[in-house]
Design a protein around this ligand. Structure first.
Ligand code: ZN
Length: 155
């Protein structure tokens, strides 16, 4: 089966369903020819194959419903994985000192450094507020401000 032949329309016809009671995922696929008809595509654990309730599958032929489900499932898993990776990175940025909002803001930007995606440290430097990272000049300014007091003590 060539999954590259699956069209956007065929993917749109797929609905991922979770059967909580059976702890099972299956798909409803709308027929391309009859809008009132939906087929069920399920994974048969025993035979390790996808089954479809359409006529073609019933007579042992391949059908696009199963091809579409395989591709839909692949994209679903890829999206889930990307989501989990983004979540993990957000937590890392928070550990490095960004607030939750700053971390979200940082990840919503596509920041590149020399053609490479920016690393965590760079994101923290760009999206963290300057106030939490006192600059050299600020430290000097504070020292100057407190000097007269310490001089008066010495006198
Ligand atoms: Zn089918």
């Amino acid at each position: 089966m060539d999954y590259r032949t699956v069209t956007e329309e065929q993917l749109d016809a797929c609905t991922r369903v979770i059967d909580e009671a059976k702890n099972e995922v299956f798909y409803l696929v709308a027929s391309a020819t009859d809008p009132d008809v939906t087929y069920q595509v399920r994974y048969n654990k025993q035979y390790k194959v996808l089954s479809c309730t359409c006529k073609a599958a019933g007579s042992g032929n391949t059908c696009w419903h199963r091809r579409a489900v395989v591709e839909h499932n692949r994209q679903f898993k890829a999206a889930k994985k990307a989501e989990a990776q983004a979540q993990a990175r957000q937590l890392r940025l928070e550990e490095l000192g960004l607030t939750r909002d700053e971390a979200r803001e940082a990840l919503s930007h596509t920041l590149t450094v020399d053609g490479q995606p920016a690393d965590d440290e760079t994101l923290v430097r760009v999206f963290g507020p300057c106030t939490r990272r006192p600059a050299e000049s600020e430290i000097e300014h504070m020292a100057v401000r407190y000097q007269p007091q310490s001089f008066s003590i010495l006198r």
